[in-house]
Design a protein around this ligand. Structure first.
Ligand code: NAD
Ligand code: UFG
Length: 345
């Protein structure tokens, strides 16, 4: 298939391009680089040994999208494009609602006009709120989100479900990601956060390399085995493979399909710190801090639906996640910014 990846220059998008190529698909990428760097696509090209067709545009730009659809025959779209920083979404709710919601509205409208009605949407475990069932299955009721970012995911899921309900010729696949970490084994692509990282793994790797003094562990009084928060960390390459597998739901004309993409294992913050220290043979200094507002104690999934219906399951464990996250950080202490490419920009 020929797949359009919106936001394909980002963390999950770049890894997904590599896996789509491996599986024999072709791609087109659209991105406005609001949270990514052109160098990331060059790195993908060097991993894959081929060019990545690319259009630099904002997906809210209808004209640009219409032009893209008239230049390329697109079979399906994976919509990664969106702003994703939880804390920033609380400070700038309008910017988040505007970018994430309008982006999808314009995209879906242009898709419909071009009779491309297959979409895979990047959703999140955040839609379950404080989950009613652990491990979380896809029929666990959705919950209250604690920030505007989460609400954009929850609401956009509803928008896509309503579109599919009104027109059964749409195939809508909602992928609810758990906590993606890790990087491609080459160390060429990985997570490249702007500023102070919000998420655990980039904070650990930046502490390990000396950019941050110590990791703050947000709370050790949760009702979990060691008191720190438990999450379902998934290697980004497994997550990328999950998108290739999700194309099966489109090929089979499933209509609406919802899948959890996680490993089914819960690791605490201290489990991750210990695994990172062991695998990479180094120390990560940390201090216990108060709980972070909006955090929940435990979140991990039951991933068996994706296994049964798509034949997909995660193959990497926490050790590979820690190894590959560190490899990317170590090889790219300044992320994608290098002396050569910063002069080019
Ligand atoms: P990312 O920020 O690395 O990638 C998103 C990409 O979208 C970036 O390259 C950015 O420049 C682009 N983008 C944003 N708005 C755009 C617009 N209006 N037009 C064109 N491009 C635009 O994030 P990621 O971690 O790769 O996440 C991909 C998707 O998965 C996002 O929708 C995110 O919300 C979702 N998700 C991520 C996680 C996670 O922990 N990384 C978890 C659950 C869901
Ligand atoms: N944590 C720390 N210190 C840090 C950062 C995080 O102790 O510096 C803890 C958190 O309290 C939590 C765990 O590490 O217990 C994981 O936190 P992350 O911020 O890495 O991830 P979250 O589970 O909070 O949220 C992430 C994304 C959301 C997404 C969700 C589910 O940020 O956007 O995973 O996919 F919705």
């Amino acid at each position: 298939m020929n797949i359009l990846l919106t936001g394909g220059a980002g963390y999950i998008g770049t890894h997904t391009i590599v896996e789509l190529f491996k599986a024999g698909h072709s791609v087109v990428v659209v991105d406005n680089f609001v949270n990514s760097h052109p160098e990331a696509l060059k790195r993908v090209e060097s991993i894959a040994g081929r060019q990545v067709p690319f259009v630099q545009a904002d997906i809210r730009n209808r004209e640009a999208l219409e032009k893209l659809f008239s230049n390329y025959a697109i079979d399906a779209v994976i919509n990664f494009a969106g702003l994703k920083a939880v804390g920033e979404s609380v400070e700038k709710p309008l910017e988040y609602y505007e970018n994430n919601m309008n982006g999808l509205f314009v995209l879906v409208d242009v898709m419909r006009k071009n009779n491309c009605k297959n979409i895979i949407f990047s959703s999140s475990a955040t839609v379950y709120g404080d989950p009613a069932i652990i491990p979380i299955t896809e029929d666990c009721p959705k919950g209250q989100c604690t920030n505007p970012y989460g609400w954009t995911k929850s609401m956009l899921e509803q928008v896509l479900m309503d579109i599919q309900k009104a027109d059964h010729s749409w195939n809508v696949v909602l992928l609810r990601y758990f906590n993606p970490i890790g990087a491609h084994e080459s160390g060429l692509i990985g997570e490249n956060p702007n500023g102070i990282p919000n998420n655990l793994m980039p904070y650990i790797t930046q502490t390990a390399i000396g950019i941050r003094k110590e990791l703050g562990v947000f709370g050790n009084d949760y009702d979990t085995p060691d008191g720190t928060g438990v999450r379902d960390y998934i290697h980004v390459v497994d997550l990328a493979r999950g998108h290739v597998a999700a194309l099966k739901a489109i090929e089979q004309n499933k209509g609406l399909a919802i899948y959890n993409l996680g490993t089914g294992h819960g690791y605490s913050v201290l489990d991750v710190v210990k695994a990172f220290e062991k695998v990479n043979n180094m120390k990560v200094p940390y201090v216990i801090k108060p709980r972070r507002a909006g955090d929940i104690a435990t979140c991990y999934c039951n991933p068996s639906k994706a296994k049964e219906e798509l034949g997909w399951e995660a193959i990497y464990g926490i050790d590979e996640m820690c190894r590959d996250s560190w490899k990317f950080q170590k090889n790219n202490p300044n992320g994608y910014e290098t002396e050569t490419n910063s002069k080019q920009l």
